[in-house]
Ligand binder design. Structure first.
Ligand code: ADP
Length: 214
């Protein structure tokens, strides 16, 4: 099963993804946790340079860079999905949100993502926080804010694109679960676990049914 945790910077994705991974592991499940951008990869290093630089970069190249950073893990994600749970902190839905908020064509972005061969998650967990909360948390955490994180207007626009993706149910029917991310960490985790474990149980019984038939 693939679960994707989405939301703007500081919405709590890493925190919640780690907690979810720990919970699944404590139940004996195989878990692959991936976070994007993947700053260890060559593409991720280029993304980091861009985020901490000031040079303008064409949005089309940015979109490609962010999507390539995910596409390189396609096989890894598909394999891990067969063996257990894949938790993704950001995915192509982030690429769409951030690049379309900066002017990239939305339909084109969706088309490129659908043609990428990347698997569609079983579930999208969206952590909703305001642009102000996003910035406040990053500053409070003592992080050096990158060019996305310090731009409140960009974050507002990113929030709008996320809303559009959710309203259109992209990338699939009834996959999004919107969670109020401005509550306490434990409370949020409890709700995520309730929702995700239901889908996990369903996906396990589906897999068991397949095995019986083969
Ligand atoms: P993201 O991965 O979405 O950027 P993080 O999980 O890294 O967000 O969290 C960003 C900062 O906000 C961290 O300092 C983290 O401890 C804090 N944080 C995460 N969730 C909450 C929450 N529900 N309430 C308050 N602070 C939070």
């Amino acid at each position: 099963m693939i679960v994707c945790i989405e939301g703007v910077d500081g919405s709590g994705k890493s925190t919640q993804a780690e907690l979810l991974a720990t919970r699944f592991r404590s139940e004996g499940k195989n878990v692959l946790l991936l976070s994007y951008p993947d700053y260890e990869s060559d593409t991720g290093k280029k993304i980091k340079e861009y985020l901490h630089g000031t040079e303008p970069v064409e949005v089309k190249s940015l979109f490609k860079m962010y999507l390539d950073d995910i596409v390189k893990d396609e096989d890894k994600i598909k394999e891990a999905d067969k063996k257990g749970i894949v938790i993704l902190s950001r995915y192509y839905t982030s690429t769409i949100a951030y690049q379309c908020a900066q002017g990239y064509n939305y339909s084109e972005a969706k088309r490129k993502v659908l043609n990428s061969g990347l698997p569609v998650p079983d579930m999208m967990v969206y952590l909703g926080v305001s642009a102000q909360e996003s910035m406040y948390r990053k500053m409070k955490g003592g992080f050096v804010l990158d060019r996305h994180e310090r731009n409140v207007f960009l974050i507002e626009d990113v929030l709008k694109v996320y809303r559009r993706e959710m309203e259109e149910e992209f990338p699939g029917n009834k996959k999004w679960i919107a969670i109020n991310g401005s509550r306490g960490i434990e409370e949020i985790q409890k709700q995520i676990w309730e929702e995700v474990s239901k889908v996990a149980a369903k996906s396990e019984s589906k897999a068991a049914g397949k095995k019986l038939r083969t």
